[in-house]
Design a protein around this ligand. Structure first.
Ligand SMILES: Cc1cc2nc3c(=O)[nH]c(=O)nc-3n(C[C@H](O)[C@H](O)[C@H](O)COP(=O)(O)O)c2cc1C
Length: 317
C-alpha cells in the first residue's frame, strides 16, 4: 500500500473526537495493512480508569479512516483486536480496490471536516423530522443502539449528569487530571485555553470545586437540546468500545451532513455505577450497556476547531 495513500487516510482519521482531546492513537504501515494502536501514554487514569473512552476514541478514528478509504476508491476492512498478545492493537486494516464512493459516502467524507464538538447552547431550531431515524440507523450499522431521550425524561437525566459533575469535581485527582489537559492551542492536543491565561485557568480548576456551577450549566443545556440520546453497546469490553466509537463517529458525521453539531454529557457513564446503572434504568427502551450520552442541535454561533497533533507524531513511517 502506497505511503501517500496511508498518509491521506490517517490525515482524516485524526480529525476524530477523543476524550479531553488526548488523541490516544498511533498508526503504522505494516505488511500491506494499516495498524491502529491505542496509545496508553495518553490514557486518563482518573476520568477513564478502564480505558473505555480511550478505545471509544480509537473507534471514532477507525470510522474516519474507513470513510476516507471509500473516498479514495478503497474498501478498508478492519480486523478488530487481531493480536491476543497485544491488548493495545485495536485494528489491522486491509485495503482493497472498490470503485468510486457513492453520493452518501461522499457526504459522510465531507462531514469529517465539518464535525466538531459544540458546547454552547444550541439554536432554537428543530432538527429535520427524519434526523432521529437516520442517526438510529447510523448507530445500528455499527452494531450499537441509539436511544432518544424523550422530553418527559430530560429532567431525571439532567439530575444524573449534574450528580456526575458534582462527584467528578469533588475529586481533587480528577480536577488535577483535567487541569493537566487544559493547554494552549500551540500544544496540538488537549482542551484549548488561551495561552496567556492558561496557568491561572489550570490553578482555578485544580483548586476549586466548581461542580455545582458546572452541574447547573450542563442541566440547562440538556433541557433545551433538540436531541438527547444514549449510545449503548451489546457488551462492555474493548470490542464493544471500538464498536461504540465507530457508531459515535458515524452518528456525528450523519448529523454534520445537515450542519448539526453535538456535545457530550457522559458524566453518568464516566463516574460508573450507581450513576451508569441509574441511567440505564431511567430509559425503559435502552438496550445493552450505556456508553455515551450526547446532545445535538444546530449551532447558535461559530464553532472553533480543536487542535490536532502533527501527523508525523502519530504515523510511524
Ligand atoms: C469518548 C469521548 C468522550 C468525550 N467526553 C466529553 C465530555 O465528557 N465533555 C466534553 O465536553 N467533551 C467530551 N468529548 C469531546 C472531546 O473533548 C472533543 O472531541 C475533543 O476536545 C476534540 O474536539 P473536537 O471534537 O471539536 O474535534 C468526548 C469525546 C469522546 C470521543
Amino acid at each position: 500500500m502506497a505511503a501517500d495513500v496511508v498518509r491521506l487516510l490517517v490525515e482524516q482519521a485524526i480529525r476524530a473526537p477523543s476524550s479531553h482531546n488526548t488523541q490516544p492513537w498511533r498508526f503504522r504501515r505494516a505488511d500491506g495493512a494499516i495498524e491502529l494502536h491505542a496509545d496508553r501514554s495518553r490514557a486518563l487514569p482518573v476520568n477513564d480508569p478502564d480505558n473505555r473512552e480511550l478505545f471509544i476514541s480509537c473507534g471514532a478514528a477507525l470510522l474516519n479512516l474507513r470513510v476516507a478509504a471509500r473516498h479514495y476508491g478503497f474498501l478498508a476492512s478492519p480486523d478488530l483486536l487481531p493480536d491476543p498478545a497485544d491488548d493495545w492493537l485495536c485494528a489491522r486494516l486491509t485495503l482493497s480496490e472498490a470503485g468510486p464512493e457513492t453520493p452518501d459516502e461522499a457526504l459522510l467524507y465531507a462531514a469529517i471536516t465539518r464535525r466538531r464538538t459544540y458546547r454552547k447552547p444550541f439554536a432554537d431550531r428543530m432538527v429535520p423530522d427524519d434526523c432521529p431515524q437516520r442517526i438510529r440507523e447510523a448507530a445500528e450499522a455499527e452494531d450499537t443502539w441509539l436511544s432518544l431521550v424523550p422530553a418527559g425524561l430530560r429532567e431525571s437525566i439532567a439530575a444524573l449528569v449534574g450528580e456526575g459533575d458534582r462527584r467528578q469535581f469533588a475529586d481533587p485527582g480528577w480536577r488535577r487530571e483535567l487541569a493537566r489537559w487544559m493547554r494552549p492551542r500551540s500544544r496540538g492536543d488537549g482542551l484549548t485555553v488561551p495561552a496567556p491565561t492558561a496557568p491561572i485557568t489550570r490553578t482555578v480548576i485544580r483548586s476549586f470545586n466548581l461542580g455545582a456551577r458546572v452541574a447547573k450549566r450542563d442541566a440547562a443545556l440538556l433541557r433545551t437540546a433538540p436531541v438527547v440520546a444514549v449510545l449503548s453497546s451489546r457488551t462492555d469490553d474493548r470490542l464493544a468500545w471500538l464498536a461504540t466509537g465507530q457508531a459515535l463517529q458515524r452518528v456525528l458525521l450523519v448529523l454534520a451532513t445537515d450542519g448539526i453539531l453535538a456535545a457530550y454529557a457522559n458524566q453518568p457513564c464516566q463516574v460508573g455505577d450507581p450513576l451508569r446503572a441509574r441511567l440505564r434504568d431511567a430509559l425503559p427502551n435502552l438496550s445493552g450497556h450505556p456508553q455515551l450520552l450526547v446532545q445535538a442541535g444546530y449551532p447558535s454561533a461559530a464553532a472553533s476547531t480543536a487542535p490536532r497533533r502533527p501527523i508525523a507524531d502519530v504515523l510511524d513511517a
